[in-house]
Design a protein around this ligand. Structure first.
Ligand code: NAP
Length: 314
């Protein structure tokens, strides 16, 4: 007999109810329940759970967990729990999510490339002043993290005429974009980049990785986009670069603390665009197809799709 699937999440009640309703519809032959509604016997028998930002306390009673399926792509909060409890993590790898991210990457790269922050300011100042036009081919975009999101974003930028370079941890060349790797590679990449886009996962290695030593290597007038996770880039160093005039603008979608606290000075910085973590929003339709496919495969064969490396953290 099939064991029930627990849905574990710290989302608000409305969102939790909506997700569990959609999960039940996508997997009609499964019994999917909020973890707290399972009996003690069901909890003990629960082999896997579907999770959306769960707390360690919520997962505590599911002491027979072998794996969890995350509805989100970023799993930095799950990795320490999985290490402690020895369960596997399958994260969201939805091609639609990568397309949505690529759209955001293109939109905000164009925003910077066509100097929209300056034209907005000129409008507020009632100033009629055409700026020098530079072609997309003469603008180099550097993508930190050439994984599922980075690669699709790179293709989108290339299609739109930008010169694109990538950076990753390992020496791999599985896209048409020239890729650098490791610390030496980063030092070679940065001086070439007009727009630096962060699409790295948050891990022990990437936490605080991009600081003043790296930002100072960007050419005068470069911009930074962070669509990954707040703690990867040192925002104090970023603001120093903006204030000194070395950097043009920063587009930030992710922050150490979200929502960004009201008293954070970033809100009012004229060279910073703040977004409320919207660069790639999960589509419930396609995300649920991914989850349902993975769970059906597991039920049929006992096989898990690619799991997160708990050592690497992504
Ligand atoms: P992924 O497929 O796991 O790719 C990660 C990439 O980062 C890989 O290319 C990897 O290098 C590289 N990398 C990891 N650690 C590195 C290090 N120490 N130095 C250099 N490169 C390193 O991840 P993804 O699916 O593209 O997602 C990336 C992140 O985007 C997620 O973790 C999540 O935090 C964020 N995200 C944000 C939003 C949003 O709305 N803002 C939405 C979805 C996801 P290798 O290729 O060499 O392994």
């Amino acid at each position: 007999m099939k064991t029930p699937i627990a849905f574990v999440s710290q989302l608000d009640n409305k969102q939790r109810s909506s997700w569990i309703g959609l999960l039940r519809k996508a997997l009609p032959s499964e019994k999917i329940e909020f973890a707290e509604d399972l009996s003690a016997v069901e909890k003990a028998g629960c082999e896997f759970a579907i999770v959306a930002n769960p707390s360690s306390t919520q997962l505590e009673e599911l002491n027979n967990l072998k794996w969890v399926h995350s509805l989100w792509a970023g799993v930095e909060n799950l990795v320490p729990l999985a290490k402690q409890r020895s369960f596997d993590i399958v994260r969201m790898t939805d091609p639609k999510l990568a397309e949505t991210m690529a759209e955001a990457v293109l939109a905000w790269s164009l925003f910077l490339h066509r100097k929209m922050p300056t034209y907005s300011q000129q409008q507020r100042d009632k100033q009629w002043k055409p700026l020098l036009y530079k072609e997309a081919a003469d603008t180099t975009v550097g993508i930190l993290g050439m994984g599922r999101l980075g690669k699709v974003s790179a293709q989108q930028l290339t299609r739109n005429g930008f010169n694109v370079l990538g950076w990753r941890r390992t020496q791999k060349q599985d896209s048409n974009v020239k890729c650098y790797f490791g610390e030496n590679g980063l030092n070679l990449l940065l001086p070439q980049v007009d727009i630096l886009i962060c699409l790295l996962p948050l891990t022990e290695m990437t936490h605080g990785m991009i600081g003043s030593n790296h930002l100072n290597k960007l050419p005068q007038g470069a911009s930074v986009i962070n669509f990954a996770r707040g703690p990867i880039i040192d925002n104090n160093a970023l603001v120093e670069g903006l204030d000194s005039g070395q950097l043009y603008h920063a587009v930030l979608d992710v922050f150490e603390k979200e929502p960004l606290p009201q008293d954070d000075t970033l809100w009012e910085h004229l060279q910073v665009t703040i977004l409320p973590h919207i660069s790639a929003v999960t589509s419930s339709t396609t995300a649920l197809e991914v989850v349902a496919k993975n769970i059906r495969l597991y039920r049929a064969t006992g096989e898990l799709p690619t799991v997160v490396s708990l050592d690497k953290g992504y």
